[in-house]
Structures are given as structure tokens and as C-alpha cells.
Design a protein around this ligand. Structure first.
Ligand SMILES: [Zn+2]
Length: 94
């Protein structure tokens, strides 16, 4: 089902995510490497720390997006999906 324009999830501060490049990852990676990311930026789905939970993160790791929201909004936000597993987790010194 396509996301509606007035979808409650779009009431969050997500404008900056338009046309971003996203890397696929999983809950276990996020929990281990970016523990500040605890919830989906759209629907607040909790990061469970499971390798079976698929997530998407922008290169700057500013937020994470659950699989469902990724599917619902990828056309609206014109996301470009990267290959993933190339995030350089932990290598950012900034
Ligand atoms: Zn979500």
C-alpha cells in the first residue's frame, strides 16, 4: 500500500531525508555499532538488536529507517539504495 501524503509518520522531522543514499543493515549491527540509534525515525519501531531485522541508514548514521517505512517511503523520498556493508562502522572519528 502506498504511503498517504498525510501519513502520521511524515509529521516527524524527516524532510532532510529526501533523496538520500541509504545503506541496508540489520538490527544487530546498529545495536553494536551505532547504539544511539534506537528507533525508526518514521514510525519509532524499536531496534531489537536482531540480525533478522532489516534496517536502512544514511551515510552519516543520523537516524535509522525500518524495513516497512523504507518500502512505504522509498518512492516519495527517492532514496538511492547502496550496497551496504560498507559503512565504516566505528571509523568515523568525528
Ligand atoms: Zn519505521
Amino acid at each position: 500500500m502506498a504511503a498517504e501524503k498525510d501519513d502520521w509518520r511524515l509529521l516527524n522531522d524527516v524532510e532532510h531525508l529526501k533523496e538520500r543514499e541509504l545503506n541496508p543493515t540489520d538490527g544487530e549491527e546498529i545495536a553494536g555499532c551505532a547504539p544511539d540509534l534506537k528507533n525508526c525515525v518514521f514510525c519509532f519501531e524499536k531496534v531489537e538488536g536482531s540480525p533478522y531485522q532489516l534496517w536502512f541508514v544514511p551515510g552519516d548514521l543520523s537516524c535509522c529507517i525500518c524495513e516497512k517505512c523504507y518500502r512505504d517511503f522509498k518512492d516519495t523520498f527517492r532514496w538511492k539504495k547502496l550496497d551496504g556493508w560498507d559503512l565504516g562502522w566505528g571509523q568515523s572519528e568525528l
